[in-house]
Design a protein around this ligand. Structure first.
Ligand code: ASP
Ligand code: MG
Length: 414
């Protein structure tokens, strides 16, 4: 499975948005810059000459330009058109990789993923029809593998029952890889990216952060909220559910083992697998004596967040108060107004969540004590232990978060 080259998808989105704003010239010049940059990559990639592949991609870029002009005229993009447009990044990359393998005398066969991955028509976040996709994978891909050929297909894309091109959501190539790996009952799924895998902490904040050799699917999922940039673990579910290990590898350091994601993984000597954090959090404290012994209050409270389509992340309650955190503050004024009809409300911004994740945290006595002793001079504003007891999270002032993470990392890993 192949993903679009570099930041191609972002650049396609930019061009499309320019077109939708009626800025045809900006859209077209963005696309021709993308074409030139792609050709530059091809020249490095095909030592024996890239002219033939460049020529093969010309119709792709022509089609993108045609679509951009139409969008600029219409001043809007239909959802189906958007997916068809964005799919070109992956389709082009599929051709490039198939030709590159062939140029090295490997028996590559390029496939059109739209004929293989069947989805519904929720454009932009299409859901695959697992049974139908599995059937097609067995018919179309398995025989190639058996003959020793190398099937090459675009990730991220599929097609609806009506035949429209769909996309599975940003980062969707991993999802395609997991789907196909599961359908083929593969021995392993490998995701080749440009980092060493998942890390014990964000290396930009913690210089001593190190790669995580193995992690369980559940732990990886807990970390996903914190933007563990490497991958979105839920997209790996099809493979994990079938017991197929997924390994994240660095294409710039192929010998480095990377991170293996398994259905379950023992934690070894460190009870903590990774320390994550998220800034830009607001905490909302709702205080009312009406809650005392009353049923239905939480429901009323969460209805307010649901009404404004805002996710709540951490929650902690006492007999007369509920505190929650949120990171999407766009509806905060409306939420606050509605909550104030129910209770006394205190909102504080510029806070951050710190989260320790580990499969065996629940079996590790004294962990919380060790954790809070390490940062005993820090004002901890809210605490919660996830129901899975695979994570312990707490809230601090945003300006304190980086030193807090460094100290915890030193305590648990260094
Ligand atoms: N190219 C798509 C994206 O950037 C899909 C992927 O990279 O997995 O979101
Ligand atoms: Mg990608």
């Amino acid at each position: 499975m192949v993903s679009a080259i570099g930041d191609t998808t972002d650049r396609l989105i930019e061009a499309l948005e320019a077109a939708a704003a009626g800025e045809e010239a900006r859209a077209l010049s963005g696309l021709s810059r993308l074409q030139r940059d792609t050709e530059r990559v091809l020249r490095e990639f095909f030592a024996g000459g890239s002219a033939a592949v460049e020529a093969e991609l010309v119709p792709f870029f022509d089609e993108l330009a045609r679509m951009a002009r139409a969008v600029a005229v219409l001043h809007s993009v239909p959802a189906a058109g958007r997916d068809h447009f964005l799919a070109h990044g992956e389709m082009a990359a599929g051709i490039v990789v198939a030709r590159a393998l062939a140029a090295r005398s490997l028996p590559a066969v390029g496939l059109d993923s739209r004929e293989i991955v069947a989805t519904d028509d929720r454009f932009g976040r299409a859901q695959p029809d697992l049974q139908e996709t599995e059937k097609r994978v067995r018919q179309r891909i398995a025989p190639l593998c058996e003959r020793g050929e190398i099937p090459v297909a675009a990730g991220y894309i599929g097609s609806s029952h009506a035949g429209a091109t769909t996309t599975l959501g940003r980062g969707g190539s991993d999802y395609t890889a997991a789907l196909l790996g599961a359908a083929l009952e593969a021995t392993a799924v490998q995701i080749w990216t440009d980092v060493d895998g998942m890390m014990t902490a964000d290396p930009r904040v913690v210089p001593g952060a190190r790669p995580i050799p193995t992690i369980s699917f559940d732990e990886a999922s807990e970390l996903a909220y914190f933007g563990a940039r490497v991958l979105h673990p839920l997209t790996l579910a099809p493979a994990i559910e079938k017991g197929i290990p997924v390994r994240v590898k660095n294409s710039r350091r192929p010998d480095f083992p990377g991170t293996e994601i398994l259905a379950s993984a023992e934690s070894g000597e460190d009870p903590v697998r990774s320390i994550a954090f998220k800034k830009g959090i607001a905490t909302v404290d709702v205080v009312t004596s009406r809650m005392l012994m009353a049923s239905g209050f939480l429901r009323t409270l969460f209805d307010v967040f649901a009404r404004w389509d805002t996710a709540v992340d951490m929650v902690s309650t006492s007999e007369i108060s509920v505190s929650v955190t949120m990171d999407d503050l766009s509806r905060l004024p409306e939420i606050r107004r509605d909550l104030e009809r129910l209770a006394q409300v205190d909102v504080a911004r510029d806070r951050a969540i710190v989260c320790l994740v580990g499969q065996d945290l629940k079996f590790t006595p004294g962990l919380a004590a060790r954790m809070f002793r390490t940062i005993e001079d820090v004002n901890v504003l809210m605490i919660s232990q996830g129901a899975s007891r695979r994570n312990v999270s707490f809230v601090v002032e945003e300006r304190e978060v980086e030193p807090v993470v460094r100290r915890l990392h030193a305590e648990f890993f260094e």
